[in-house]
Structure formats: C-alpha cells, structure tokens
Write a protein that binds this ligand. Structure first.
Ligand code: F6P
Length: 519
C-alpha cells in the first residue's frame, strides 16, 4: 500500500500553526526557557549514548503540540509502518524502500537474502584482513579503491573516515568524479599488486563510474595482466550482467537489492569497503546502532521521538520562518564529510515540488543542507550565523569523550561547542559606539550529544538523519525516494556524448561549440 496522501497545508493543525507563528515569531528562546516549566527536560530526549536537547528553538510547547497534531493528521504513524513493512512506497519507481531491512534482524524472507549478502561481506572482509585473500602475485592487500559516485561513494567515504580510528590496516581510497588527472595522480601512489578495486554502481550504467572503472582496468592490465583481474576487481550492483560484461568474475559480484536506494545503501554490500576497513565485527556494531535508532523511530511517541522532533523543527523553520537552509556542525574532525553525505541523503530525497497526488506544491519542501566541522566553521562562516540577516537553524553534534586520552584538548573543543550554542542563543547587547558589536542572539540550535564516536553510535546517528528525512517527506506529502531531477541531466549528458546537440538551448549550444572548437 502506498503512503497516505494528505496536503499538510489543508490540515487543521497547519492553520493553527500559521496563527501561532503570527503571535509568537518575535518571542525569545530565553523567555521560553524562563517561562515554560521544565522546558529543558520536556524539550530533550535520551536514547542509549545519545542526548538531544532541542530546547534552544524558536518554538513554544503549544506550537510543538500543533506540529505533533500535524503528524497525526498526515498519518505519520501509518506511513512509518508502511515504510518498515516494505510496502511499495516509492510509487514513481514502483519499489519498496527497505534499506532498514539491511540492518534488521527480524526473520523475514528478505532477511535471508540480507544475511546471505552479509555472510559474503564477512568472508571477504576477514579474508582480506587476515591475508588469506592475496593479490595475484601473492602480495598482501594494503589498499582498497572504491569507484562509485553519489550514494555509491558518499556514505562509504564518510564512514571510513569517521571510523578511521578503528581501521585494521587497509587504506581506503575513493574515485568518484570523472577527472582523469586526479585518477592518474592516485594511481601513481598505489601498487596494483597490493590493491583491490571495488566498482560500486547500482545501475552499472553511470557514465562517471564506468569510464573511471575502464581507465583503471586498462592501467591494471598494462601494469600486471588480465589474468590477475579476479584477484583484484570486485563489483557491487543491482545489474548483475553489467559487471560480467565488464569482465568481473561472477564470484566477485555482490548484489544491491532493487529495494535499496543508492543514497541509503551503505548498510549492505555498498558498505563492503567500510567492513574491510574497520573489520566485520565493527561493521556489525555499526548496523546494530542503526537498528536501535530504527526501533526508537518506530516505537516512540512523537513527542519523545528524536527523528520526528528533528523533522518537525525543520518543517517549522522552513515553512513558517522561511529559513531556506540548515547547518550541520559536528565538533569532531573525523565527521568532516557528514554534511556532504547528509546533503545528498536529504536534498536528493526531499528536493521535490510535486506532491503525492501529482499537484504542484505551494509550500516549502527540502531545506538546503550544509555545514562543516567545529571549530573550523567558527573561523569561517559563524560570523554570518551570529550577525547576518539570515536565520540558520543548526544541529551541533558533540562527543562527551574523546577517542584517545586527549582529555585536555577535548575540553577545549567542547568549550567551543558550548560557547557557540550559548552565544547564538544569548548574543550580546551593545549600543551607541559599540553598536557593531551588538549580537542579537535568539538563534536556534539543536544539541546532539553523543557519548563517543563508536561504530554503534555512528550507525545510530546516520539512521537518525535517515528517519528525519523520511518523516519530513511523509508529512510534506512528497516522494522522497526517487530522483528524476538528477536523471534528466544524466540523459542529456549521454545525448551530448553521442553527438546529439541540436536540441540544446541556444546558449548551451554556443558554449558546446566553443568547447568543441578547443579540441
Ligand atoms: O545522483 C543520482 C544517483 O542516481 C544517486 O541516487 C546514486 O546514488 C548515484 O546516482 C549513482 O548511481 P549508481 O549507483 O547507479 O551508479
């Protein structure tokens, strides 16, 4: 069964939200903190190693209650069940959306397939790490190169970097962009005899990935030999024939099920590089962290449901305050790629303007997601967050404990995190000659406090954002799991490469001519 189709703006709660926004949009968060009894307690949620404080938002408890009504009026609970039960909720592509099944341990038919795939990941990871699976010439594998783009790249790259402290010794590399100069440079630095190449592409017809894979295969054959390919090339795809035609040995092909969307695929075979790098045991912990967050999302009442609350806050700022962007600021350098990863997960999912009934939408859907690590971000764009004309809601992610024994430095890092969430809220009241030092404050933030950056907690963090994305899409009545906007550009590029430039607009045609003349 498909997701319910309810226009959020025609719901009773939406009208109440419009009214309450008019009455309260000038109010101060500090006043809410002062006047709403136990606001911090009521506006915070604990789950395992997570503590989420959302009290520093420009939202009263009354408004939050209307947002909860909006969840009910748009059938969020029913939709969550359809999502987890594998109903065909991606209607425009006629597919279920079941990446959550990749980390589930419920005994279902699908789970058998998931377990079989996980077994393959486990065997490969163990054999590579313990030196049982060697290169063609008998050398131990030292490098893994992931060739893929979008969902076949961003997740694996973000997670291998985030968990690099858990790496068992194999060095990960990533090739995504079709930039031959970059690839040449990388190939100079690795020895093919001790390197495994993983070609990741759900469709196995993405131009960038296939061209990059072809280039690397030729280089490999030139430097070693064709017979060595089975020892060094693995493919991960939903299109089994594609990798075979490319010359990949069928035992070295792992599948991506149809019901796994690219941007949510890192939990299964696409996560092979993660499992090799951190070891299968840690990969299992990573999956169990996501599983715990899924359970929380499925079972908790909306008012104490972390992903639902984050989704509602996002809808509130986007639709009522008209904030166009949301920043993600992890106070952890290993999470430097998290904003990029969330950009795809969120913007490719909820950047839609037709609702599930096929109508043009007249409200706001996906926000622009961006960010960078604290404290770097403080020295880059925080000035605008403090004193600019734009209101930027932000998620601050901080860790109670460091990974190693660096407690003193960790204290400095976290002092900065605390200083920023406080400064954004309180500001600094100045006038007269000091007017340029006046900082209004009243700038919102969510604090996501996590005990430690472990595989389990990272799994929970990613699943938290995935569920937030689902909840936003469900409430806003859009299809979050297709990406037709991206498909258009892909097909035009294919046409251009086949010499079909006639149908381009006059400006683009002119630019194409200039590029062609340069050759
Ligand atoms: O960017 C669009 C997209 O379709 C993503 O959703 C996907 O992750 C990526 O392209 C790569 O596609 P594939 O895995 O099929 O090569």
């Amino acid at each position: 069964m498909a997701l319910s189709k309810n226009n959020p703006t025609t719901q009773k709660s939406w009208k109440s939200l419009e009214k309450i926004y008019e009455q309260e949009n000038g109010l101060k968060i500090l006043d809410y903190l002062k006047n709403e009894p136990n606001r911090v307690e009521r506006f915070s949620i604990s789950l395992n190693d997570f503590y989420v404080d959302f009290s520093k938002n420009r939202i009263s408890e009354k408004a939050l209650n209307y947002l909860i009504d909006l969840c009910n009026e748009t059938d969020l609970k029913k939709n969550i069940n359809k999502y987890f039960n594998g109903e065909e909720i991606n209607e425009t592509e006629k597919r279920a959306v079941l990446h959550t099944a990749l980390r589930s341990n419920k005994a279902t038919k699908i789970n058998e397939e998931v377990q079989n795939n996980l077994k393959k990941i486990e065997i490969l990871s163990n054999e590579i790490n313990n030196g049982k699976r060697l290169g063609y010439s008998g050398k131990k594998i030292e490098n893994i190169v992931n060739i893929g783009i979008g969902g076949s790249h961003l997740g694996p790259e973000m997670v291998t970097e985030a968990l690099s402290q858990y790496n068992l010794g194999i060095k990960p590399y990533f090739i995504s962009n079709i930039d031959a100069d970059y690839i040449d440079d990388l190939l100079k630095r690795i020895n093919p005899e001790s390197t495994i190449f993983i070609i990741v592409s759900k469709t196995f017809n993405t131009i960038e990935t296939l061209e990059n894979a072809k280039k690397i295969k030729s280089w490999f054959i030139e430097n070693i030999c064709e017979e060595a390919i089975p020892n060094h090339f693995i493919a991960i795809s939903n299109n089994i024939e594609g990798p075979k035609d490319f010359g990949i040995y069928s035992k070295n092909i792992l599948s991506i099920p149809e019901w796994v969307g690219g941007r949510f695929s890192l939990w299964g075979s696409v996560g092979l590089i993660i499992s090799i790098c951190i070891g299968y045991k840690n990969f299992e912990k990573f999956l169990s962290g996501a599983r715990d967050m899924d359970e929380h999302f499925r079972e908790s009442p909306f008012k104490k449901n972390i992903p639902v609350i984050l989704a509602l806050i996002s809808i509130w700022y986007n639709n009522f305050f008209k904030c166009e962007t949301e920043a993600v600021i992890p106070y952890n350098q290993f999470l430097s790629k998290l904003p990029d990863y969330l950009q795809q997960a969120s913007m490719e999912s909820n950047g839609k303007s037709i609702d599930r009934d096929g109508n043009k939408i007249n409200y706001e859907t996906g926000s622009i997601i961006w960010g960078s690590t604290g404290t770097n971000a403080q020295h880059a764009f925080f000035q605008l967050m403090h004193q600019g004309t734009k209101l930027i809601p932000a998620d601050f992610i901080a860790f109670v404990e460091p990974l190693n024994d660096n407690h003193e430095q960790h204290k400095i890092l976290n002092a900065n995190f605390l200083a920023q969430i406080n400064a954004l809220l309180v500001g600094s009241n100045k006038s007269g000659n000091d007017i340029h030092k006046n900082i209004e404050g009243n700038k919102p933030s969510n604090s996501i406090l996590i005990n430690k950056l472990t595989p389990h907690n990272l799994g929970s963090l990613i699943a938290m954002y995935e569920s937030k994305i689902f909840a936003i899409g469900s409430i806003l009545n859009i299809y979050s799991f297709d990406q037709w906007g991206v498909e258009l550009g892909k097909s035009i590029a294919r046409g251009i490469l086949e010499g079909k430039e006639d149908h381009l607009d006059t400006s683009t045609k002119d630019i194409a001519k200039r590029l062609n003349n340069r050759k």
